[in-house]
Design a protein around this ligand. Structure first.
Ligand SMILES: [Zn+2]
Length: 332
């Protein structure tokens, strides 16, 4: 398991409690702060009313990386904005159109171009006549190195071509509300969150989710921008996040602070492993993710890889040649 909600045996509950109060996390035997996850599992196929303006329909694409499925949000009453239509799935499209009913769809907004979020935008645009706006086409964080293949090749919706790309701070007014794009690169480089100031809510996409940490996988994603996008969240005063998967995040700043601490501690433990002579990414994964669900091993390796790339860029680690998934690293 990546995240334990129970205290491991042998940990004194008192200091843990104090740390929990302080950082919003739980200390494990490896000393890494755990994130105060909300693992409430909203069910696919049902329309949930979340506020006077916001409804949610979850796509039937549940799995180890998507939790119970992608959250599609419908914002508005008579005039709607649909956020993240989801994967190409006829059943989800039919349910979405039923939830839209007689309302007019003003825009279809997409947070990022992963295939579990973006592709259905095209069928929905065809069915409703609404324009696709929001994030730009897929773009990796860096070019591939010689002989390198992309780790996330099949994950991207390469056909995504929005009618309008929103930059940081660009807004869309609709009915009695507006949605404002917040550039949040890291998980993908084109990632946007959408703020709904009238409810002090933020549709956080896959940047910040309540059920799990986000995958940051080079060369499409990058740790440096991801950490900067987390810090950016702390400058805001949102009351609730509505993420791309899973339920609400109701104390977002506290949660984001725990995420930042968690990643910094992960980085420290990776540097510690390098100093102990564990030079490869598989060796480090085996050392720091004990008891990991085997299905998540690849994701853990990509996460360590993202840290490694960032450490090399910051001059804290080095390797021969480019920092690849298969390289040997050393601490500086
Ligand atoms: Zn994603």
């Amino acid at each position: 398991m990546l995240h334990r909600n129970k205290l491991p045996a042998g940990i004194d509950s008192k200091p843990v409690h104090i740390l929990q109060e302080f950082l919003g996390g739980i200390v494990t035997t490896t000393g890494i702060i755990e994130i105060p996850l909300n693992t409430a599992a909203p069910q696919a196929g049902l329309v949930d009313v979340l506020s006077a303006r916001v409804r949610r329909l979850i796509a039937p694409n549940g799995g180890p990386f998507t939790f119970t499925g992608t959250c599609t949000y419908l914002v508005g009453t008579r005039k709607l904005v649909v956020i993240d239509p989801g994967p190409e799935d006829a059943e989800h499209l039919a349910r979405l159109l039923a939830a839209i009913g007689d309302a007019e769809v003003s825009a279809i907004m997409v947070t990022h171009t992963h295939r579990d979020h973006a592709p259905l935008a095209r069928a929905l645009a065809q069915a409703t006549g609404a324009p696709i706006i929001g994030c730009g086409p897929h773009v990796p964080a860096r070019a591939l190195a010689l002989g390198e293949t992309s780790t996330m090749e099949g994950s991207n919706d390469l056909a995504h071509q929005p009618a309008r790309i929103l930059a940081d701070g660009d807004g869309l007014a609709c009915e009695d509300f507006e949605l404002v794009a917040i550039a949040t690169p890291g998980h993908t480089m084109n990632h946007l969150a959408f703020a709904l100031p009238q409810e002090r809510a933020l549709f956080s996409g896959d940047h910040v989710m309540a059920w799990s940490t986000s995958i940051v996988a080079p060369p499409d994603g990058a740790m440096g921008p991801y950490m900067a996008s987390l810090a950016k969240m702390l400058t805001r005063d949102d009351l609730v996040y509505w993420p791309g998967h899973g339920g609400a995040l109701t104390e977002p700043q506290r949660f984001v602070r725990a995420l930042i601490t968690h990643r910094r501690q992960r980085e420290t433990s990776i540097l510690g492993q390098l100093r102990q002579g564990n030079a490869t990414i598989p060796a480090i994964v085996a050392a720091i993710y004990s008891g990991l669900d085997p299905r998540l091993k690849g994701a853990a390796a990509l996460s360590v890889y993202a840290h490694m790339e960032d450490l090399v860029a910051r001059g804290k680690a080095a390797c021969e040649g480019p920092p690849l998934l298969t390289a040997s690293y050393r601490a500086l």
